[in-house]
Write a protein that binds this ligand. Structure first.
Ligand SMILES: [Ca+2]
Ligand SMILES: [Ca+2]
Ligand SMILES: [Ca+2]
Ligand SMILES: [Ca+2]
Length: 325
């Protein structure tokens, strides 16, 4: 599907897909070509506007969940407290070809507002099928996994597991990401408590539920997004997190056992005068180093240092000779 998806922050009530029809027709048209084109042919295809499932639409991600070569769309709505995916049969530009599959319409039982925010798409039980892991803001059951069955459309076969329960309903997991933090070939989960002012990681040691948490930073104010990736190319995954109130993006690395809080070090990637929110990690210029892209919540003016992340990291690497510091 040559679709370019408009994801992330979407207006509530509507989950929509925007297809660049020029890209579909041309096949080889790049994103740069599409953005530079003077005759863009973007068409809005509204796939769901049912209030019970789209109220507070917060997150939508394309992923081929069943490996048939066609994208599904995984979506959260935090006021509707729902987790669902959409699957299309045939031409995705035909609204009637899309079907909604609701995996859970009450992710946080008993909580009717501000719950499901983000979902990580990752295989957590090693069966080769990607599972869905949701962050529940303002609930005790902070991180909940839904294990994918062979037939993902068999909704009753999805298995729910509570990976982490903080027991603190005023915290709530706001954002999560997945990756192998400790390098033992199991996918772990980074977890961020926006109002608990902390980030950490959940260790996937093969347990079905109740994973151990290690708090990596309890001295961060209103963190918003967290990502796991190897930023300094040492073969060991690191973490980054954005903070609204601190107006910073932090980098976290560890030496030794990452299950020991004392083994983690925090580095600021610069002080900014605005509020970094959503983080994306890509090798934007394809030089082999990961770059960080973020959104500005309180936009004032384009900062001079907008694209200096890689330079900052390289400078620190060079200064110390090894590691980042
Ligand atoms: Ca598919
Ligand atoms: Ca799985
Ligand atoms: Ca692991
Ligand atoms: Ca690393």
């Amino acid at each position: 599907m040559s679709a370019i998806l408009h994801g992330g922050w979407m207006s509530s009530l509507v989950l929509a897909v925007f297809l660049n029809l020029a890209a579909v027709g041309a096949g080889a048209l790049t994103l740069e070509d599409a953005l530079n084109s003077e005759d863009l042919a973007w068409t809005r295809i509204q796939i769901d506007d049912e209030y019970a499932y789209t109220n507070g639409a917060h997150n939508i991600l394309p992923y081929d969940l069943d490996g048939d070569g066609r994208y599904e769309l995984v979506a959260n709505a935090y006021r509707a407290d729902s987790l669902q995916f959409y699957q299309h049969s045939g031409n995705p530009t035909e609204v009637s070809n899309w079907t909604r599959y609701v995996i859970d319409d009450d992710i946080s039982p008993g909580n009717n507002h501000s719950a499901a925010h983000y979902t990580a798409i990752v295989d957590i039980n090693g069966d080769g099928r990607v599972d869905l892991v949701s962050a529940e803001n303002t609930e005790d059951e902070d991180v909940v996994a839904y294990l994918a069955p062979v037939d993902i459309t068999n909704l009753g076969a999805w298995e729910r597991r509570v990976l982490y329960n903080s027991g603190n309903s005023s915290w709530g997991a706001y954002h999560i990401d997945s990756g192998d933090v400790d390098g033992n070939d199991t996918n772990d989960i980074a977890v961020l408590m926006r109002y608990g002012n902390r980030i950490g990681w959940l260790n996937n040691d093969g347990s079905e539920a109740d994973w151990d948490v290690t708090w990596v930073d309890t001295d961060i104010t209103q963190p918003f997004n967290v990502k796991i990736a190897d930023f300094n190319n040492d073969g060991q995954n690191d973490m980054i997190a954005s903070s609204i109130t601190d107006s910073k993006v932090y980098l976290y690395t560890y030496s030794g056992d990452p299950g020991n809080e004392a083994n983690w070090s925090r580095y600021s990637l610069g002080q900014f005068s605005y509020d970094p929110l959503t983080l994306h990690v890509e090798d934007l210029d394809r030089d082999g180093d990961l770059d960080i892209l973020f959104a500005d919540h309180q936009y004032h003016e384009m900062p001079d240092d907008f694209y200096l992340w890689k330079i900052l990291i390289r400078t620190r690497l060079k200064r110390n000779g090894h590691g980042i510091g």
